[in-house]
Design a protein around this ligand. Structure first.
Ligand SMILES: C[S@@+](CC[C@H](N)C(=O)[O-])C[C@H]1O[C@@H](n2cnc3c(N)ncnc32)[C@H](O)[C@@H]1O
Length: 199
């Protein structure tokens, strides 16, 4: 995408701690790409204060400040948006003519949904090795297993909310309306200016 757009800037949306982006940059560097990255979030991470790459103001995916130009990336957060909001995310990128890449680690397929039921084991098995280890952690993992159940719920809901490619394509259909609206706006402004000149 960076090569195709001839850009060297990434605006990461919903960055959270921003750590996954470090992995992405390492992989991009292997391809010889060293883009400039701005991390953003609706709730900027406390680490934002110490990172020059983190935009300090809240940034909503549906209304990214025009000053933040570059390929927009969203890692593991698009499934958090309901359809009207997801549509608005695409509309904003389209209206500002900025490329957008959606990355999800989950999918709404039967194997992925079935695999979610293994999630509690990934909480139960390594829990004793977590450091620092507290008695409440052990209690909420093994005695009253809230932690494994929460992880299962989160994994299951994330999978069920992940958009399919067909749904993502449908969500971008609105962008044609943005185009038509923009063209209509441009033409009416142009005709108004012409009318004033001729009057
Ligand atoms: C599951 S976390 C993903 C964080 C990071 N991208 C990662 O891969 O680790 C989802 C992030 O989306 C952010 N978020 C939620 N609603 C948002 C919105 N409307 N605009 C921008 N970010 C939003 C949350 O604050 C959270 O940091």
């Amino acid at each position: 995408m960076l090569n195709e757009c001839g850009g060297d800037r990434i605006v990461d949306i919903g960055s959270g701690s921003g750590r996954p982006m470090q992995l992405v940059l390492t992989e991009l560097a292997k391809l010889g790409l060293r883009p400039q990255v701005t991390l953003t979030d609706l709730y900027p991470s406390p680490e934002a204060d110490s990172s020059p790459d983190y935009w300090p103001e809240p940034v909503c995916a549906t209304n990214v400040p025009p000053v933040l130009r570059g390929v927009r990336t969203l890692f593991a957060c698009f499934h958090h948006f309901n359809p009207p909001m997801a549509r608005a995310v695409f509309r904003d990128a389209f209206a500002q003519r900025q490329p957008i890449c959606i990355f999800e680690a989950t999918s709404r397929t039967p194997p992925a949904i079935a695999a979610a039921f293994a999630i509690p084991f990934f909480v139960l098995l390594p829990a004793p090795r977590v450091r620092p280890l507290s008695s409440s952690q052990i209690g909420l993992t093994y005695l009253v297993p809230i932690m494994p159940l929460l992880a299962l719920w989160d994994g299951l809901v994330s999978r069920l909310r992940t958009y399919s490619i067909v749904e993502l394509q449908a969500l971008t259909r609105d962008c044609a309306e943005v185009s038509a609206g923009a063209l209509q706006h441009f033409l009416s402004a142009w005709f108004a200016a012409l009318g004033e000149k001729l009057a």
